[in-house]
Structure formats: structure tokens, C-alpha cells
Design a binder for this molecule. Sequence first.
Ligand SMILES: Cc1cc2nc3c(=O)[nH]c(=O)nc-3n(C[C@H](O)[C@H](O)[C@H](O)COP(=O)(O)OP(=O)(O)OC[C@H]3O[C@@H](n4cnc5c(N)ncnc54)[C@H](O)[C@@H]3O)c2cc1C
Length: 377
Amino acid sequence: MGAATLYQLAKAGADVVGIDRFAPPHDQGSSHGDTRITRLAVGEGAAYIPFVHRSHAIWRELEADSGEALFEQCGVLVMTSSEAPARHHGAEDFTGHTIELARRCGIAHEILNASQIRARFPQFGPVRDDATGYFEPEGGYVRPERCIAAQLNAARKLGATVITGTTVSSIESDDGVVRVRAGDRTLAASKVIVCAGMWSANLLGEPFGALLKVCRQTLFWFRLEEPSIFPEMSPTFILSHGPLETDICYGFPPVPGEGSMKIATEQYVGLDSIDTLDRNVSDAEVAQMVRSHVSENFAGVTPELVKAAVCTYTVTPDYGFIIDDHPMLANVTVVSACSGHGFKHSAGIGEALAQRTLTGRSDVDLSAFSVSRFNVR
Ligand SMILES: Cc1cc2nc3c(=O)[nH]c(=O)nc-3n(C[C@H](O)[C@H](O)[C@H](O)COP(=O)(O)OP(=O)(O)OC[C@H]3O[C@@H](n4cnc5c(N)ncnc54)[C@H](O)[C@@H]3O)c2cc1C
């Protein structure tokens, strides 16, 4: 979110500084792991759709400028193949909700029955006879590390200052000036936007401490046995294969040249402290992933682990984003747009934040993302 916002502010001509405790792109927060799903019919709610539309356009612009491939439009398949639909990211029956939104918002898609899914996508199986598939040709995946690097490079070229390896320890707002303590210096700004991911509550305190839960996530890459069953230009997928929130997995076609498929589930157990985050993936976790998701639901994938990674979600109580003024600090905006589905929207959110910061309003309506919806003080 920070790289996208910095880029858009610099593009709009603002005098802007980005500060990060690490050197993005890095693998310490929520934006690493090679790929992120993108889809236009955002089952999490219609308020998100304008962001992802803008993100797709911005990534194409950045691709043209940087020469880097950022967005692979391989399509996305959202599928329920279980006795009952599963809840996902706060939506009951995520597949059904996605279909409803696509119809309502005029997003190109196909609805597939079990025999159509089996014929077109033999990598998924066994598919139940009552399965429903939603295929969106304009979806696919983006490359998060490349998107971050492209936006930071473009921001630098446009005159932004990027300070890395420097932790912000405090933010104070007084008399129209925001003072940011970063390492051993203090910067004064007219406006500050905080996009601190899983560190947001530590930096901002309440009410964010009470609202934000940080959850450890694991990502797995398994070697493909039969690349012809799982081709590179097959869709990204979100598969509900049981009635529980934990019966959902999502994944990606092989990234060109890698011969493995990335697959993951979602965990919503909050960490007691982000300092205790275990960044290693255990053999038991690999075995559990194979048993619960891989061996039953896919063809052409071996249980041989190629690599694994740990990443974090920062989740609000309703799984939605927070994009709003800080309730106590004037001229400070907080963006905690994570909850496991933020990357696809990040470029569009950066653009909306730049507009809001510089002109007082944004093309995209941000009212759905207010802090006040949680009734906290
Ligand atoms: C496993 C996983 C899978 C996901 N899959 C998808 C997907 O398929 N599709 C999708 O759209 N989204 C997905 N998401 C969500 C998406 O990746 C996140 O919403 C998004 O990357 C969050 O970005 P962020 O900028 O909020 O956080 P981060 O990328 O973590 O950035 C926060 C930054 O703030 C810096 N920082 C924090 N505190 C300080 C401080 N005090 N001083 C200086 N710097 C500081 C950190 O160093 C970091 O660089 C997934 C997330 C995970 C973890």
C-alpha cells in the first residue's frame, strides 16, 4: 500500500517521502510470495470493485514504463465442490456472492457445471456432481514484489525520497504539522499516511490495537508431476471443498519455468505478539496441507515440497479494510487494507489516497472503509 501511495503522490507532483523499516520489496510482512490472485467480481463486496479495476489499468501502465511483467491475465476460477457453501473473507457462500456481484456489475464471466469444469480444468478433481464454478477471464495473478519495486522506482524517478532501514517510532500531530520520528531524525509533514501492515497496532496504539488481529499464514509450492495437466496458462483458483472456512484453499498455475504450483489456505488464529511470529514452516504443516487439501483435490501435483513461506494477514473484525483518518491524530490517514485480499486493490487504493490527500476527495468512495463502523473510541 505504501509503495502504491508514494508512487501516486509523486506522480501527482507532491513533495513526498516514503519511510520503511526494511527495504521493500522484502519478505517480512504481508506482500511476498511471488504471486497474488486478482479478480474483478470481488466477493468481499461491491465497494472494492473500483479499486481493482483501477489497479489493473495502473499495472499495465507500469508494465509499459518498466518493461517488467506484473499482471498475468490467466483467468480466475472460484469454485464450490462441497455439500454446503463455505464462508470466506466475511461472505457466506463466497462463490454464490461472487456470481451475484459479477451479474450485477456487468463483469464478464462464465458459470460452469461439474462436467464443464472437469472437461476444461482436469487439474481439479474429483469434482462433485453438484459443483459450481465461476470463471472470470479478466482475473489472474499479479507479482507483488515486482509491483512494489516498479512503483518505488517510478516514485524515485518522479522525485520522491525513499528512506529504507529506518523505523518510525512515533507520530505526533499538532497545529497542522505532523511530526514523524524516524530513526534518529524527526520529519515534519503537512499530511502523513500510515500503511504499516502487521505493525500498525504497535505504531498507532488504540483503537487499532483492539481492532486489528495479525494471523500467521503458510504458503506451499509443490512440484508438478504432469505439467500438461497443470499448464502455465490455467486459471488461479479459490476452491471451497467443504462447508468450513478452513475447507478453502487457493492457488496459482505454475509461474513460467518453475514447474511447481503454489497453494495456500487461510488461518484466523491471532498471534499473541508479532514478535513471536514463527517464520519456519514445519514438516507437520506440510504433511497437513498435503492431507487436507492437495491429495484430495488436485491431479498432476506431487506431495514434494519445492519451497514454503510464512506471511501475515492483518484482519479487522469484519474482514474489511480500514482507509480513514486517524480518530485522534489530525492529518494522519490510516490504511490497514489487508485481511488477506488487499494486494489486488493496492494500486487503486494508492491512487485514491493520493487524490484524497491532495484534493480532499477521491474518485472511489471510501466511506465503506471507515474506522467508525466498528463503534470504537
Ligand atoms: C499469504 C498471503 C496471501 C495473500 N493473497 C492475496 C491474494 O491472493 N490477493 C490479494 O489481493 N491479496 C492477498 N493478500 C493480501 C495482500 O498481500 C495484503 O493485503 C497486502 O500485501 C498488504 O500490504 P501492506 O502494505 O498493508 O502490508 P506490508 O506489505 O506488510 O507493508 C507494511 C510495510 O510497513 C513497514 N513498516 C511497518 N511498521 C513500520 C515502522 N514503524 N516504521 C517504518 N516502516 C514500517 C514494513 O516494513 C512494511 O514494508 C495475501 C496476503 C498474504 C499474507
